[in-house]
Design a protein around this ligand. Structure first.
Ligand SMILES: [Zn+2]
Ligand SMILES: [Zn+2]
Ligand SMILES: [Zn+2]
Length: 324
């Protein structure tokens, strides 16, 4: 009976999908109040407290509703408050309302524009550049193919096959398959030498604590992602937040991978940043209409094709400046 009556009242509410910071109103007469009778609606697709002033409670008392008379408290820290963030969210088809004090609202980023950060993997979270270079040098030595500095620079960001074709001289093209295999084997045998970029784990932890959703969107194959997770086990915390190569059809610079990532995050394109180290990452974000941050550990080597207005960071902790 009580639930039915509460539901009838709540159904007349205009529910805002944007968080509001304001005082509490009586659910019946809409007057602002500092203390209220607290009831809890748990049916009809809702889960929300319903508050009544003393007067309305008396009038409604024929409905024999129980409830407690008390001041309002923050759902996060339990502190008493007169004003609060009113936040509606939908989880599992149920509309729920939560109330947070000013402090917790700031901490949880209730009013924040950016709600998630998407990281590229290779060259952004994990530094594998040196291993790939060493692998080409190893393959070159094995097949007596000279590897120049320029070749090492140009193999960045392109597939192993494309790189092998670029490196092999015409009279050795027939070695292509064996050449690729040797390179790949070296990478696999030495993947444990890969290092994480300084501070990345700390930054991911801090962002998570602040309520940001953290995802990885990579063009690496699932097998290599798993290998990296096995080495850097602390990354396993976000193992369910990774979009890898086999999960989408068109690779960078198609927006498909980022479209999928934002969809899985449950966020709008305007609510996320994508951080990557390569021109193809930038092109992907532009195609997906997602804001881009250029991660460039060595600014002297910055890729000039990425336009100047794009924010650039050389260490991961700098992201906090951009999120302010
Ligand atoms: Zn009232
Ligand atoms: Zn609080
Ligand atoms: Zn990368």
């Amino acid at each position: 009976m009580e639930q039915k009556n509460l539901l009838r009242i709540v159904k007349t509410w205009k529910i805002s999908d944007k968080p509001e910071y304001r005082g509490f109103r009586c659910a019946s007469c809409q007057k602002y109040i500092h203390k209220a009778w607290h009831h809890q609606l748990r049916t009809g697709g809702y889960r929300t407290p319903v508050h009544f002033c003393n007067l309305c409670k008396a009038k409604l008392n024929t409905l024999r509703m129980k409830g407690v008379f008390k001041t309002f408290t923050c759902d996060n820290c339990g502190k008493k408050m007169y004003k609060s963030w009113h936040v509606w969210s939908k989880k599992g088809g149920i509309l729920a309302e939560a109330h947070f004090c000013k402090n917790c609202g700031d901490k949880l980023g209730i009013d924040r524009k950016i709600k998630g950060v998407i990281y590229d993997l290779d060259g952004t979270i994990v530094s594998t550049t040196k291993i790939h270079e060493a692998a080409w040098l190893y393959a070159g030595e094995k097949f007596n193919v000279p590897i120049s500095k320029e070749m090492l620079l140009n193999q960045k960001g392109i597939s192993t096959e494309a790189a092998a074709k670029m490196i092999l001289p015409r009279n050795k093209k027939y070695l292509l398959r064996k050449f690729i295999k040797a390179k790949q084997k070296y990478v696999i045998d030495n993947i444990n030498k890969a290092i994480l970029f300084p501070g990345i784990l700390k930054v991911i932890n801090q962002l998570t604590q602040k309520g940001y959703k953290i995802w990885i969107c990579t063009s690496a194959l699932k097998a290599r992602v798993e290998e990296i997770l096995n080495i850097f086990t602390s990354l396993k915390k976000i193992k369910n937040n990774i979009i890898w190569c086999e999960m989408y059809r068109k690779g960078k610079p198609s927006p498909e991978a980022l479209n999928l990532t934002t969809k899985k995050m449950g966020l709008a394109k305007t609510e996320v940043y994508y951080i990557g180290d390569a021109f193809s990452d930038y092109k992907t974000s532009a195609a997906a209409k997602v804001k881009f941050i250029y991660f460039c550990p060595n600014i002297r080597n910055r890729d000039k094709r990425i336009p100047k207005p794009i924010p650039i960071i050389s260490s991961h902790k700098e992201i906090f400046k951009l999120l302010k």
